[in-house]
Design a protein around this ligand. Structure first.
Ligand code: GRF
Length: 201
């Protein structure tokens, strides 16, 4: 069983998928703390309802980014978190977190990285007219959206598909692939090789 600390900023549907997978017994993990970069994030309610301790950080806390990240790292360590799971966390994680949790910060991105990094992966892919997009789970490092890729799943954009439809299908994939990938980590099957690629055994 691995202990996860989850970072969110918004609705927290990926957090919910993780909570549900743990309840269903398909993810051998425990969420020990949820920290939100916004105190009004709906995901905090989901966490509380699941009996998970929460912290909502106000905007002022982030005025000093390093201090905010040091605080987050400290709280996660105190809670016993072994991995940090970014689930719709809309802030960069900086050195204090990345050094404390080296190669143990995981992120999900709603596009096939390295294509369409950034905050609008789904609509950027849609507007570019690509025929295939998808979801990426990767380790976070100091290069934004460029850390070692753990898992990806593609989908074909349908002829005439609306952005809303694509978003719904991307999120459905996210909600399956994130708990499944975390389970691989929980089983100790995910390692980073010397050339900084991910090997899954
Ligand atoms: C997801 O699409 C995730 O890939 C992106 O932000 C969204 C978060 O959604 N980074 P939610 O808060 O988990 O519902």
């Amino acid at each position: 069983m691995i202990k996860l600390g989850v970072l969110i900023s918004g609705s927290g549907t990926n957090l919910q998928a993780i909570i549900d997978a743990i309840s269903a017994g398909t993810l051998d993990a425990k969420v020990v703390l949820v920290i939100s970069s916004r105190p009004d994030a709906f995901g905090l309610k989901r966490a509380s309802e699941a009996g998970i301790p929460t912290i909502g950080l106000s905007r002022e806390v982030y005025a000093d980014r390093d201090a905010a990240d040091a605080l987050i790292a400290r709280k996660m360590l105190d809670a016993g978190a072994e991995y940090i799971v970014m689930a719709g966390y809309m802030r960069m994680v900086g050195a204090p977190i990345l050094e404390t949790y080296k190669d143990r910060v995981v992120n999900i991105h709603p596009a096939l990285l390295p294509s369409f990094p950034g905050a609008h992966g789904i609509s950027d892919a849609y507007n570019a007219g690509v025929k295939v997009t998808g979801v990426t789970v990767h380790f976070a490092n100091e290069a934004y959206d460029q850390g070692p890729i753990i898992a990806q799943q593609s989908l074909e954009i349908r002829e005439g598909e609306s952005l809303e439809s694509l978003e719904a299908r991307i999120h459905a994939i996210e909600h399956r692939i994130y708990p499944a990938t975390l389970q691989l980590i929980a089983e100790g099957r995910v390692t980073i090789t010397q050339d900084r690629k991910v090997s899954i055994t």
